[in-house]
Design a protein around this ligand. Structure first.
Ligand code: ZN
Length: 335
């Protein structure tokens, strides 16, 4: 499950590959965009907003005609559970296709990560490394999962299994795409007080659910939910208004710190510097194992994220609402 830090890294990779470049051709494999073409536009910016990826494009080259739809556009995508963007080197593919040179071996994916072939596959390119390192980013998807392709002179950026792929006029980003999001935990305009205010506005909700509601604050996924609640000794089902004085602030401040510590890291960890051979998390994925603080066996629980559906598009209805979490019945006992 991608969290804000994965999205941040994906955007960094896309920014380095695309920003300032002209799109030579595009290919959208979602019905709504089947006839859309953004060729000729320049990639102006790649921006993460919570768990959303916004690729901003310039006006179409013939914008002078004031043709409808020629204005600057934003390509929106969301990683949801298993989406990922990857960047591939185009010049490499061209070289491989030259007459007299053997093409890639039969059965091999036509999508070769940047730099991989050139370096014999053992040393990965920076772009490939950045994609692969995120434990929550699935790799090796087949071409049937491709939803969007942007080609520039040098690279091909491919969105595998990305969801909610939409092209929206950039001026409508707020009302149509991300305006409902709470303060972005990894954004330059992060606002702790506003996030606390929004969390407190629904006092009867479980803190475990409230933290994941992107309308309260944007960027927290299941990993950071489980870890921050464990680290702050908070029962996941405790009502927001039942938390002791200052606890909400402690939880959100810690989540902010953890996401920032991990945003440029190769390996996500909440237990300090990613230690060799040691667990990367306190509780996430560790139900059945002894609590590293008190030795009690960590429990598996389910928490209802149904209330988090914030987008009216039908594509969101398929989202699984009960999410599995791990927690310590002693350290995180209900009070
Ligand atoms: Zn414990």
């Amino acid at each position: 499950m991608p969290e804000g830090d994965s999205v941040y890294r994906q955007c960094k990779m896309l920014r380095e590959a695309l920003e300032g470049a002209v799109i030579e051709s595009s290919d959208f494999r979602v019905p709504a965009l089947a006839t859309s073409d953004v060729a000729g536009r320049t990639v102006v910016a790649v921006v993460p907003r919570g768990k959303h990826i916004l690729i901003r494009l310039s006006a179409a080259p013939d914008a002078a005609d004031l043709k409808s739809g020629a204005e600057p556009l934003t390509l929106h995508s969301h990683l949801m559970m298993d989406g990922t963007w990857r960047v591939f080197d185009r010049q490499q593919d061209d070289a491989a296709a030259r007459p007299g040179r053997r093409r890639s071996r039969p059965g091999a994916s036509p999508y070769r990560p940047r730099g991989q072939a050139r370096r014999g596959g053992s040393v990965r390119s920076a772009a490939e490394a950045r994609t692969r390192i995120s434990a929550d980013v699935a790799i090796g998807q087949g071409s049937h999962t491709i939803r969007a392709i942007l080609r520039t002179k040098d690279v091909e950026a491919v969105g595998f299994d990305v969801k909610d792929v939409r092209l929206v006029p950039t001026r409508l980003e707020e009302p149509e795409l991300v305006g409902y999001l709470g303060p972005d935990i990894l954004g330059p305009d992060w606002d702790l007080e506003k996030a606390l205010e929004r969390l407190s506005a629904q006092p009867d909700r479980a803190i475990g659910t409230a933290l994941m509601d992107q309308r309260n604050l944007a960027g927290i996924g299941n990993v950071y939910r489980v870890e921050t609640l464990f680290m702050t000794r908070t029962n996941p089902w405790a009502r927001v208004d039942s938390l002791p004085e200052g606890k909400l602030r402690e939880i959100v401040t810690l989540a902010h710190k953890l996401l920032h510590l991990n945003k440029d890291r190769s390996m996500r960890s909440t237990v300090g510097q990613a230690p060799q051979g040691r667990p990367l998390f306190w509780a996430y994925g560790k139900d059945g194992q002894p609590c590293r603080r008190c030795g009690t066996q960590l429990k598996r629980g389910e928490i209802d994220d149904a209330l988090l559906t914030v987008d009216p598009t039908p594509s969101r209805t398929a989202v699984q609402h009960l999410r599995t979490i791990a927690w310590c019945p002693r350290c995180q006992a209900a009070t």
